[in-house]
Design a protein around this ligand. Structure first.
Ligand code: NOJ
Length: 585
């Protein structure tokens, strides 16, 4: 979908960062001064597509548990599990019908408890997805709310009488949505196309839905909503989860006057005018909710973490999500600019500028280049010929920067985006309404490729919910585990380094040779030895600048077979698309 395209331009800012140095701790542990999440490597699991234990063609919780050893071997320490609550699956789980249970197609609460216990045994933290902006239209809260204007939950969602259509100036989207002479109160559009307002005859009113029509927005101006949602969050904290990835938090509040959003140039995939979400996104009130949520979460023992889905156009706006020292908000708002900014490209200057900026925030940065809403980075940053070599460079940038890093199932083996070629095969509704301009998000959600065997080892059922990518015969965990030069082996190597090397773990990040258009160089200072990272984003061998690291250096990781175990950097060249990580010998 258009997350990438929807991001606005980015401002350039100056790097201020430096970090406290702490002794390495075993994975999964933390201290008060250096909480565990500060060094986390988060792995996003899309439960439908990870492991199918019961052969119904859809992934499930036991399927995740069955693969925990693989995740431990990879070296990640935190699992973010996309929604696995009961849901009609209109938005594949992001439409929650019950916040305190497990969808039967994924298992039951005992399966969840076992997954969590097995994860903890392996020092893996478990982070759940929490959708606070909206519920499913099948949630009992909404069913009650929609039944009449005077039930106890009548004001739990964003209801409006609409305006008299006759004589009113209406947008085309409003004009197509007139009921009983009433038009929606404003021009707001759903992120997934069409009017953001849905008429309910029983109430003779519209409700607001920023996302699909099956995802009515909760009314966060009603204190009962906050109480209920915080209650759901407590339910899982009490069950021992380590934290939450907060979905779509920036849109919790709407303008009380419901003013029209300004019209921008161009049209979206559905052919409707692009709007600037001035009155429907990032209202200041959301920060109050974040502060109260943070206080509640911090009161729990064991360093629970709040991670935010924060698509922001510049670093200053991203920084706001950390809150302040006295009034903290999110522990880890996601920096989605590096990976998904609208100008993102495989370019040393792009990566340098974004990584420099990433260091400017007041808390620990969190870098993301892959998720379940965007085509996979191996395709976005690839050129069709050197995709794996380029993916190794991107992985090195992600895993050797001073930041929490987030990866997505399949990314460490180089799973590719398998976008449907026929509209009749599309499962993601936005890919149907948006076809062919927006083909939806199925491409980045295909089943995990474990082996070269049937259904890639994901399921025993030949009818998987999305087709298994035929390239699983070469791109899979089993084969790549056996190949030292694979993308998976490269990830394992970098992840181990990042965990064990004090400079990479905590050291300050300083950029060198900053005018170089082809080679990105930075130094991490920490422990008793600095580390130098050199990334060639060009298709030609590049000379290294003088004085990067004098004397003899030792290779900690090199993505190109020609890189020597020890070397002097003066006069050396970095092979095309090579990543080289060295330390003084
Ligand atoms: C962001 C989620 O990542 C996406 O998959 C979902 O469709 C929307 N929020 C709505 O919940």
């Amino acid at each position: 979908m258009g997350m990438v395209r929807r991001l606005a331009g980015m401002a350039c800012v100056v790097w201020l960062g430096s970090a406290a140095i702490a002794a390495p701790a075993p994975p999964g542990t933390g201290t008060a001064a250096a909480p565990w999440w500060q060094h986390a490597l988060v792995y996003e699991i899309y439960p439908r597509s990870f492991g199918d234990s019961n052969g119904d063609g859809v992934g499930d919780l036991n399927g995740i548990t069955a693969h925990l050893d693989d995740l431990q071997k990879l070296g990640v320490d935190t699992l973010w599990i996309a929604p696995m609550y009961p849901s009609p699956q209109a938005d594949f789980g992001y439409d929650i019908a019950d916040y305190e249970a497990i969808d039967p197609q994924y298992g039951n609460m005992a399966d969840f408890d076992r997954l969590q216990a097995e994860a903890k045994k392996r020092h893996l933290h478990v982070v759940l997805d929490m959708v606070m902006n909206h519920t499913s239209d099948k949630h009992t809260w909404f069913l009650a709310s929609a039944a009449s204007r005077d039930n106890p939950k009548a004001d739990w969602y964003v209801w409006n009488d609409g305006i008299d259509a006759a004589g009113a100036t209406l947008s085309a989207v409003q004009k197509r949505n007139i009921h009983d002479g009433k038009a929606p109160p404003n021009n707001w559009e759903s992120v997934f196309g069409g009017s953001a307002w849905q008429w309910v005859p029983a109430r003779k009113q519209f409700y607001y839905h920023r996302f699909y029509v099956q995802q009515p927005d909760l009314n966060w101006r009603n204190p009962a909503v906050e109480k209920a949602m915080f209650g759901a969050i407590r339910f899982w904290l009490d069950r021992g989860v380590d934290g939450f990835r907060l979905d779509a938090i920036s849109t919790l509040f709407e303008d009380p006057r419901l003013r029209n959003d300004p019209i921008r140039s161009g049209t979206n995939a559905q052919g409707e005018p692009n709007l600037q979400s001035l009155y429907s996104d990032k209202l200041p009130e959301v920060h109050g909710v974040m502060r109260r949520l943070r206080a509640m979460v911090d009161a729990y023992p064991g360093q629970r973490v709040l991670i935010g889905e924060t698509y922001e156009p510049d670093i200053a706006q991203l920084d706001a999500w950390y809150g302040t020292k006295d009034a903290p908000e999110l522990h880890l708002p996601m920096n989605l600019q590096l990976g998904f900014g609208w100008q993102a490209s495989f370019d040393a200057r792009w990566f340098r500028t974004r990584l420099q900026e990433s260091q400017q925030v007041h808390g620990q940065p969190l870098l993301v280049v892959d998720n379940h809403d965007n085509p996979r980075s191996i395709d976005r940053f690839g050129d069709g010929q050197h995709d794996v070599a380029r993916a190794k460079v991107v992985a090195a940038a992600l895993l050797t920067s001073r930041a929490v890093a987030l990866t997505y199932y399949g990314a460490p083996i180089g799973m590719t985006t398998a976008t449907p070629t026929r509209v009749e095969d599309v499962r993601d509704p936005v890919g149907i309404t948006g076809w062919p301009k927006d083909k939806g998000r199925d491409g980045e959600r295909t089943p995990m490729q474990w082996t070269a065997g049937p259904q890639a080892g994901f399921s025993t059922n030949p009818h998987t919910w999305l087709p298994v990518n035929p390239n699983h015969v070469t791109i899979n965990v089993a084969d790549e585990s056996a190949r030292p030069d694979s993308l998976l082996s490269w990830h394992r190597q970098l992840i181990a380094l990042r965990r064990d090397n004090p400079a990479l773990r905590d050291g300050a990040m300083r950029f060198l040779d900053t005018d170089n258009p082809d080679v990105l160089v930075y130094r991490r200072d920490g422990g008793d030895r600095p580390v130098l990272v050199m990334l060639n984003f060009s298709g030609k061998a590049q000379p290294l600048a003088k004085g990067l690291m004098p004397g003899k250096v030792r290779t900690l990781a090199g993505s190109d077979a020609s890189l020597p175990a020890t070397a002097t950097l003066e006069g050396a060249r970095l092979p095309a698309y090579a990543a080289w990580v060295v330390t003084p010998d």
